[in-house]
Unconditional design. Sequence first.
Length: 495
Amino acid sequence: MLDRVVDCTNKYIENMPKIERKKYGQFFTSKETARFMAGLYTVPSGKRTVSVLDAGAGSGILSCAFLERLSRIDTIQSIEITCYENDEKILGLLKENLEYCKTHIEKNVTYRILTDNYITSQYLDFNHMIGANPNPDKYDFVIGNPPYMKIPKDAPEATAMPEVCYGAPNMYFLFATMGLFNLKNDGEMVYIIPRSWTSGAYFKHFRQYFLEKGKLKHIHLFGSRKKVFDKEDVLQETIIVKMQKTTVMPDTVTITSSQSNGDFANLKSLTVPYNLVVSGEDYYVYLVTDETEVNVLDKLHKFDSTLPDIGVRMKTGLTVDFRNWDILRNEEEEGAIPLFYAQHIKHGKVQFPIKKEHEYVVTEQKGLMQDNHNYLFVKRFTAKEEPRRLQCGVYLAKNFPQYSRISTQNKINFIDGTFTEMSECLVYGLYVLFNSTLYDAYYRILNGSTQVNSTEINAMPVPDLQSIQDMGRKLMKSKDMSENNCNMILEGYCG
């Protein structure tokens, strides 16, 4: 049954230009992924009638996969499917597919297709406002592959859900929020969405709502970014989540992984304590894949300080070079100050000059200059294939006594003292943390992108100030800046 639905969808994709589908953020679920998602639900034994919601239904692949699953459960007699879809070009195919499934399973199937805007049509209900439906529709199960599309912060969908929006939102997490709202208590929801929501400031309000109103039961990770959607070129870190609408904290969460959408038969599976996966006041979600990564979290979550707690903070470099061509200089001249780039970070130290173009700036703009203090410089961007995500270098003011001010290009981050300049032993101690295998592994678990985000770094657990300074003294005494030596020093404080 599902094979036919997918074949019809593939014909639609071939005849519909991608630019047209992009308007709606359409990426169609593969047959294998749809079956896997439908199989994640726990259907209570003895249940006779089931209600299912598929928002952003597209051609109905997920609805049909769920119908296929439910058709094999003898006790179920009636299935009610509700699909939201407002792309007029695909409505005919959606109806055709649902009708086909209805006539090919031995259950009483009813369906309805709603062409309203899924978010704005429920604005009053979601916000519990005057005029809201006192008994809005609620469903046993919600399934979805929502649109992946950034929208302006003043878009109608964003203003309809102020509780979860911060900055420029993406439609996918608005759909996920509304999906949870549409569930009955203890109902289950399975969504395929990007992993970007699991950390960072932009998604904090969403995580708060999502993980307070519901609880994660299952997370599935894909090893390849390219092999999740059939017929689609999507370079997106995508995950599948199963949520239950409950406030009861589970003991554990199941995390599975596969390389692509074609090898669900070869799953790696891990059962992890829930409070290790969902942790901290920012509700970060740690996507661990094996016991080694669980041990990383175990070790670091024993520390109860953050960088701001110990009086330092990571910030982003000040100068966007391509917006300030007029102040850039290739050679030193009167009034010029150094402009430090990621390329100046070499073997744990900051080397300058290196005969790179635009190594100097001449400016009076205070926002583009910083005091010549001690810093730890950290690259903001690394290539996906590089062995380390955290790459850092010690910057000591005494090595550049001729300058009272310097500048940093915005593709590096720097750690600075909040109130006073960092001592040398503190800078070297921070280097021990950031150059260790443990912290690099931690950051990779936290963030799947190649960007080092200062908000996430400032929320990381770190040892107390005295311990970090002690680590720095040991590193300075050893004169060995290697990753192995940093590992050995840090290990003494992780017991």
